[in-house]
Design a protein around this ligand. Structure first.
Ligand code: XIL
Length: 381
């Protein structure tokens, strides 16, 4: 049985109301984090505009609705060490300050990833791959410096991101090319050595896929066999209207938990647009463009209803498995912030997050809050 987070503000408020005490958080004012209570942390990614205080509508949502934050970009390798030995922590420090001021649980994202990795990291001055020894040293310096910089501030780190592909084998990244499978245990070892109290996570997308699921299970086992610590698996929740299947996602949640790690739903968003491949050429034809970007003005009610229903189904799944789920994190605050407007193809208008462009909660979020209010309000008889 896992230790749950601090007692729900709702219960405290309900008790205070019942006792005629101070109404610190009245049931009528419940927010998403109150509704989730101590089941799991409910988080969001923050962009640098929000961190710098340039989007106070969004930061007000973060302060009231969420209990956890993760930096969308500002702790990534190319952001914190753009040149060898030149560490830049301004944005990341501002992120931490915001989290501390608002009592939010913070996670670091991410230490080793093939993407948003500065070009210099794996090659020498001539662009040739560095030797295994040099890469190990660079990884060690990066991980040690970054983890120690934030020591005592964060709950955990995504140590390695997106290293296993759909057939369960390793992604053929530069890290793999130079160090082979060893780069993952090394990253976990360096992170642990830098801070033995920080939680260590492996994070990946498409985790519903059976091949990747098996690959990640094998990875957890091999880390443990080597005597290394892995505290949780982060399942990126980049979803669409037609993927993943809930049963497949659930199977993976259970498979990871079965290996003795916690499960985190990280990077949650659900595109409301037709699923498009990254290679689609949006300049093809006007008709094609329209088909891929069908809601440039607003989401039609029927699509919105289907989207809300599907988000609620996933949320219900996370609640059903609250005993193994430690955190659920949305990948952005409002639809306008979402990376999905530009990915996998640019120039679309998507509606994937928990709050809309007017900073209003989506219908399913309101429903979750209403359900919690009803559960807390003593029925009048
Ligand atoms: C994305 C950010 O949202 C974008 O702003 C950035 O341009 C690219 O990266 N998997 C991850 C995240 O682990 O870090 C990615 O975030 C989305 C996919």
């Amino acid at each position: 049985m896992k230790v749950k987070h601090i007692a729900s503000a709702v219960l405290v408020a309900a008790f205070a109301v019942a006792c005629g005490g101070p109404k610190t958080a009245p049931v009528e004012e419940m927010t998403l984090k109150d509704a989730v209570g101590d089941k799991f942390l409910i988080g969001t990614a923050l962009n640098v505009n929000q961190v710098a205080g340039r989007d106070t509508n969004a930061t007000n949502i973060v302060k009231t609705q969420f209990s956890a934050i993760v930096p969308e970009n500002c702790m990534k390798m190319e952001e914190v060490q753009p040149e060898e030995g030149k560490f830049t922590f301004e944005d990341a420090d501002a992120f931490v300050k915001f989290g501390e001021e608002n009592g939010l649980t913070m996670t670091g994202h991410c230490l080793i990833w093939h993407s948003q990795c500065p070009e210099w990291f794996c090659v020498d001055k001539n662009g040739k791959n560095v030797t295994p020894e040099v890469l190990k040293q660079r990884m060690k310096t990066h991980i040690t410096t970054v983890v120690q910089h934030f020591k005592g501030k964060l709950k955990g780190w995504d140590v390695v991101n997106e290293a296993i592909i759909e057939d369960g084998s390793y992604r053929k990244s530069k890290f793999y090319e130079i160090l082979g499978e060893e780069f993952i245990p090394l990253a976990f070892q360096y992170a642990h050595e830098a801070d033995s109290t920080i939680e260590l996570y492996y994070n990946d997308y498409g985790m519903d896929n059976p091949g990747r699921r098996d690959g990640v299970v094998k990875l957890i086992r091999s880390l443990k066999e080597k005597g290394l610590r892995i505290d949780a698996v982060g399942m990126q929740g980049h979803m669409g209207m037609d993927y993943p299947k809930i049963e497949d996602f659930e199977k993976s949640m259970l498979a990871f938990a079965n290996e003795g790690v916690k499960v985190m739903i990280t990077e949650w968003d659900m595109s409301a647009l037709p699923t498009a491949s990254r290679t689609a050429n949006i300049s093809d034809t006007v008709a094609f463009k329209k088909a891929l970007n069908p809601y440039p003005d607003a989401l039609p009610d029927s699509v919105s209803q289907a989207w809300n229903a599907r988000m609620k189904q996933f949320f219900d799944l996370f609640e059903k498995h609250a005993d193994i789920v430690d955190r659920v994190t949305a990948w952005g605050v409002t639809d306008g912030d979402s990376w999905k407007n530009g990915f996998p193809i640019r120039g679309r208008k998507d509606y994937p997050l928990l709050f809309d462009r007017d900073y209003q909660p989506k219908a399913w979020v309101k429903e979750v809050i209403e359900e919690a209010k009803n559960a807390e309000t003593p029925s009048a008889e």
